[in-house]
Structure formats: structure tokens, C-alpha cells
Design a protein around this ligand. Structure first.
Ligand SMILES: *[C@@H]1O[C@H](CO)[C@@H](O)[C@H](O)[C@H]1NC(C)=O
Ligand SMILES: *[C@@H]1O[C@H](CO)[C@@H](O)[C@H](O)[C@H]1NC(C)=O
Length: 570
């Protein structure tokens, strides 16, 4: 794949005799690398002022996101105002589930109303504008009505939209799929990289807006009229796709999404004010903020044109995620989808979401390390130890019901260790099949409870009475008492599933004879094991409240944040 892309690119470079290809190459080289994030405006109808957008703007910007792609026409003014106040950029991504392709002129004049606002993203003096779907919209009518230079980078599809009329294109499909909006099947297996390749060929030299998405899981039954129930393969997608991006080096990329809770691909806070799109059944207690932490060094590397995130990792962090229940847990008696529902879209399935077999029963971990260490993953009492090199590396271990713990040791003592706030459950939470992921990190991320608006449809359609529309994660985990700092009995390097060279074997064999008791680890190192240490204020955004039990070890000169006990904003 990559070889083929390189060949295509080389042939563009060589074909310098024709003016258009020279143009294409110049265009390709003259764009700053930019990171966008798709933002669902539609579920924000409970926001009452531009200030309600400030937390999202500030947080996204602090991770290197340049602009939000705003999807529909409610509240756009609030978002533009907040972005302007917070040094962010925004642009409109016309959602053609809302707009119609015969509305080119209306879209152009609608755009004109926003493109003059201070927060509008401009690239090379053209107002940037994108879409979801929209093949066939009259681009000339749109440009004329906009009355100014626009850079139109829509989600047209190769073979369907007219790529001659546009300035670049967004590929939405950030998930491996079967070509029919479902998980891959034997004989119908389209990787995200294959999509990249299709788009690159259709675009010639025009800029490519590439997707990066962590997950996809949705489980709507008859409680809504758009019933849909499927997953795309998640697992290590987020890590692998970021690695792929650093090789692909697209002109722009779009994180899909900030706040689409219903499809479980949000990376923004649960506590950001929003209405319930009906997804709270599988989203409550399932923060995804640690995924944004994972993305941060990759975003920096992408913008710098680097092919590795490693030199952008400035402190040690363990990022982890897993589903809340095992695949074989049977929820048929209480799940919401075991009855007929609207299947006009062809996306409704009964029981476990379509494609669930494409996911592994595993706990996934990415270490972001400044120097090598030993990672211990303990899932439901089963521990595995891995050698983790400096840089970003992915690991996985089989998942078991019970407590989930993560520790990093160096020289026989833990330097990071904590239990997760969320156990893997042996019961069907809220009675349903939930294939969303819980994410966490050591040191701990900020506590991120969903607000009441985000939970206001949670009980709709549930078959159990035991599920309350309130957050239920504890704010701190019990102290870590598990292993770590104990040399591995045998090398487990074969479980390391990254393409990076595993440094496992020599290290583990050389240290295999010493066995310090696990408790010795607590006496030693800076971050207290079992507790939590906050080293940067961005770890506790957007609330800026110190989680209970956490200690502040931020940069000198910065004041200690409040614990905000008893009350929290949003
Ligand atoms: C699809 O292809 C990927 C990558 O080649 C492979 O890992 C996966 O198992 C395939 N899935 C199916 C259902 O064939
Ligand atoms: C919904 O339609 C799709 C496509 O026709 C089909 O594969 C699926 O089995 C249907 N779901 C149900 C529950 O009948």
C-alpha cells in the first residue's frame, strides 16, 4: 500500500511537464499541517451562551487541535464566538443528512453569513468549508453564493462526487469496514489505509483530509426511530491509525469525533454540556479523555512532519481501555434490541451488535515513556508483565471480570501504579450489551461525570429497573496493592503487539533472579502508588478540580488547584 502511494507521488513529481501537475505539487507543499475535530452541534441544544463552548475550545486547543468542524445550523453563532474568544478556529461541515444536495446556492449564502466572523478558519486566504456526504451538490452555485474565495473540502466519495470541482476531500471512514457501512467480513474487508489510497488517487495532488477515529459502537433499539446496532473493529485502532498517519502524512486530518456519544467515537469530555442523543445507556461512566492524551504526542509529531511520536513524549503515562463486559456475557433476557424495531436503514440487528466478533476480549494499554520500564497489566487478578521501551508502545492482555490495575516499574520499584475506577462486570450493566470502551490513565485523568442533560433519556426503553440516570463511577480507586517491580518469571515479549522492536528478552532474563516483595515499591518513588498525582493543569480540565485523593505536583509557580469538594461545575 505504502509502496504504491509512494509510486503515485513520485510519478506526480516526475510529470512536471504538465502545468496542472506542477500546480498540484505546489499546492500539496504549501499547506500547513492541520488537525481538525468533528463537533456535533445538534446535541448541544441545552447550551445557552457562547460561554458554554469555552471548555471544549480551550481543551481542544491545548491538545493541538486547530479547528472544530461544526456540523449543523443550531448554535453556530455561540461556537464561533467562543472560538474567537479562545484562540480557536472553526468551520462549517455541512451535514447532508440535514441539508440537501439541491441547496448549493442556499449553502453558499449561509456560509457567507459565517465566513466573515473572526474565528472562521482560512487557508491560503480561502474560507475553509467541509461536509458530511453531499456528492452531487452544485459546487459552482455554492461558490457564487458565498461571494468570496472558499476552500471546499467535502466528504465526496471517489466514483460518486465530482472531484474536479472541489479543493480537497474528507474521507469519513476511519474504521475498517465491509464497504457497506458494517464491520469487515471475510471477502469484504476494506482497511482504513485502502480508503486513504482510494481518496489519494481520486484527488490527484489535491489535499486529503484523512480520518482518525478511536472506536465505533452503537446500540439503539426500538426506543428511537433510527434503530441501529453495530460496531466497527476498535481494539487498537486508535494507536495503529495514529502510527499510520505519521507515515501517510496527509495534508489535514480530522478526529472523528469530539462528542458523538451515540456512536461512541467521542474524545471530548462527558461533562461538556450536552443533551442525550439516546446513547447515555452505553456512555454513562465511560470517559474517553485518556484517548486524547494518547493523541497528543502524535498530533505534535504529525505537525512537525516526524514519523515517530517518541520525541514529543515529555512525561511517563500509562493509557488503557477495555469494554465493561466480556463478549460471552449473555444479556438476551434484558437487552433492548431483542425485539423488532425500525430497520429502514438496514442497520438494525438483534442482540449483540453486528460485527461484535471483530473485537477481542482484551485490555489494551499504550505506554508513553521517557525511558524504558516494565509494565504490569492485572485484569481480574491475572497479571502479565511486559518490557516497555521508551516512546509509544501498545500492549494487550486477556480481560477478566474484576478489578483492572496498571503499573510501571523501573529498577524493581513502581513509578506509576493505580487501580482503574471501573471494574469489568459479570452482569449486564443497565441490562444491555455494551461494546463501548472505558478509558483511563496513570497518572489519573480528571474526573468526568456526565451532567443531567446528557442522561435524560437513559432509562428510555430499558428492561431493568436498576439503572439510574446518574454517574456512578467512584472519584478515586482503592489503593494499588498489586504486583509491579517484580521481574517477570518468563519473557512475554510475544504478547507485545506493536511493530516497534521489542526490547523484552535481554532485560527480563537479566533480572529474573531478584524478587523484591511487591510492597517495597511503595516506599520508594515520587508519584505515590495507589494514589494519584496531577502534574499538569490540563489533566484536570475542564473542571480544574483536583479529584479526591489526588496530590498536585505541577510546575513550580502554578498554584495548587482546588479539590472543589461537594460542588462541581457542569
Ligand atoms: C481484515 O483484514 C485485516 C488486515 O488485513 C485482518 O487483520 C482482519 O482479520 C480481516 N478481517 C476479516 C473479517 O477478514
Ligand atoms: C435489517 O436489515 C439488514 C439489511 O437488510 C439485515 O441484514 C438485518 O438482518 C435486518 N435486521 C433485522 C433485525 O431483521
Amino acid at each position: 500500500m505504502l509502496v504504491r502511494l509512494a509510486t503515485v507521488f513520485a510519478s506526480i513529481l516526475l510529470a512536471s511537464a504538465t502545468p496542472s501537475s506542477v500546480n498540484a505539487v505546489e499546492k500539496r507543499q504549501s499547506f500547513p499541517k492541520m488537525v481538525f475535530c468533528h463537533f456535533m452541534i445538534g446535541i448541544e441544544s441545552d447550551r445557552t451562551s457562547s460561554a458554554d463552548y469555552d471548555g471544549d475550545m480551550i481543551r481542544a486547543k491545548s491538545f493541538g487541535i486547530d479547528a472544530f468542524a461544526l456540523n449543523i445550523d443550531q448554535q453556530l453563532g455561540f461556537a464561533y464566538d467562543s472560538a474567537a474568544r479562545n484562540g480557536m478556529k472553526v468551520f462549517i461541515s455541512y451535514d447532508f443528512n440535514w441539508w440537501h444536495i439541491d441547496q448549493g446556492a442556499q449553502i453558499g449564502s449561509h456560509l457567507a453569513g459565517y465566513a466573515s466572523r473572526p474565528a472562521q478558519l482560512f487557508i491560503n486566504n480561502a474560507a475553509f468549508v467541509s461536509s458530511f456526504a453531499g456528492d452531487g451538490v452544485d459546487v459552482t452555485a455554492m461558490r457564487n453564493a458565498a461571494g468570496r474565495s472558499i476552500m471546499f473540502v467535502p466528504n465526496f466519495h471517489p466514483g460518486q462526487g465530482n472531484f474536479g470541482a472541489i479543493d480537497g476531500a474528507l474521507n469519513w471512514m476511519g474504521w475498517p469496514n465491509d464497504g457497506n457501512n458494517k464491520a469487515p467480513k471475510p471477502g469484504a474487508n476494506i482497511t482504513v489505509a485502502a480508503g486513504d489510497s482510494q481518496y489519494r488517487s481520486a484527488l490527484g495532488g489535491k489535499p486529503y483530509l484523512a480520518p482518525v477515529s478511536p472506536w465505533f459502537s452503537t446500540h439503539y433499539g426500538p426506543e428511537v426511530d433510527y434503530s441501529k446496532n453495530w460496531v466497527f473493529p476498535g481494539d487498537l485502532l486508535w494507536f495503529n491509525r495514529w502510527q499510520e498517519i505519521l507515515t501517510l502524512k496527509p495534508e489535514f486530518l480530522e478526529i472523528v469525533t469530539w462528542n458523538d456519544y451515540g456512536e461512541s467515537h467521542y474524545v471530548g469530555p462527558l461533562s461538556s454540556k450536552h443533551q442525550d442523543d439516546g446513547g447515555s445507556k452505553w456512555v454513562n461512566d465511560m470517559p474517553h479523555n485518556a484517548w486524547l492524551d494518547l493523541a497528543k504526542p502524535f498530533i505534535s509529531a504529525y505537525k512537525a512532519g516526524a514519523s515517530s511520536p517518541n520525541s514529543f513524549i515529555t512525561s511517563d503515562q500509562i493509557i488503557y481501555w477495555y469494554r465493561p463486559t466480556l463478549t460471552n456475557l449473555n444479556c438476551d433476557a434484558t437487552d433492548t434490541t431483542l425485539v423488532p424495531a425500525n430497520n429502514n436503514s438496514g442497520n438494525y440487528f438483534m442482540g449483540r451488535p453486528d460485527g461484535y466478533q471483530s473485537m477481542q476480549d482484551a485490555v489494551f494499554v499504550v505506554t508513553l515513556l521517557t525511558s524504558p520500564g516494565q509494565l504490569t497489566i492485572t485484569s481480574g487478578g491475572h497479571s502479565q508483565i511486559f518490557n516497555a521501551p521508551a516512546g509509544a508502545t501498545a500492549f494487550q492482555a486477556p480481560m477478566f471480570v474484576g478489578q483492572q490495575s496498571f503499573a510501571l516499574s523501573r529498577n524493581g520499584a513502581n513509578v506509576l501504579a493505580a487501580n482503574s475506577l471501573k471494574d469489568i462486570s459479570s452482569i449486564c450493566i443497565c441490562g444491555i450489551y455494551n461494546f463501548n470502551a472505558y478509558t483511563g490513565s496513570v497518572p489519573a485523568n480528571f474526573v468526568d461525570p456526565m451532567g443531567p442533560d446528557g442522561l435524560n433519556r437513559l432509562v428510555e426503553g430499558l428492561h431493568v429497573q436498576t439503572c439510574q440516570p446518574t454517574p456512578s463511577l467512584p472519584t478515586s480507586a482503592p489503593p494499588y496493592t498489586g504486583p509491579g517491580g517484580v521481574p517477570p518469571p518468563t519473557s512475554v515479549s510475544s504478547s507485545t503487539i506493536t511493530s516497534q522492536p521489542a526490547s523484552s528478552t535481554s532485560r527480563s532474563s537479566s533480572s529474573a533472579s531478584t524478587t523484591p516483595p511487591p510492597s517495597s515499591s511503595t516506599s520508594n518513588t515520587t508519584p505515590p502508588t495507589g494514589g494519584c498525582t496531577i502534574t499538569a493543569s490540563e489533566q484536570i480540565r475542564p473542571t480544574n478540580c483536583m479529584p479526591k485523593g489526588c496530590v498536585w505536583a505541577g510546575p513550580p509557580g502554578q498554584s495548587t488547584p482546588d479539590h472543589c469538594d461537594g460542588s462541581r461545575r457542569r
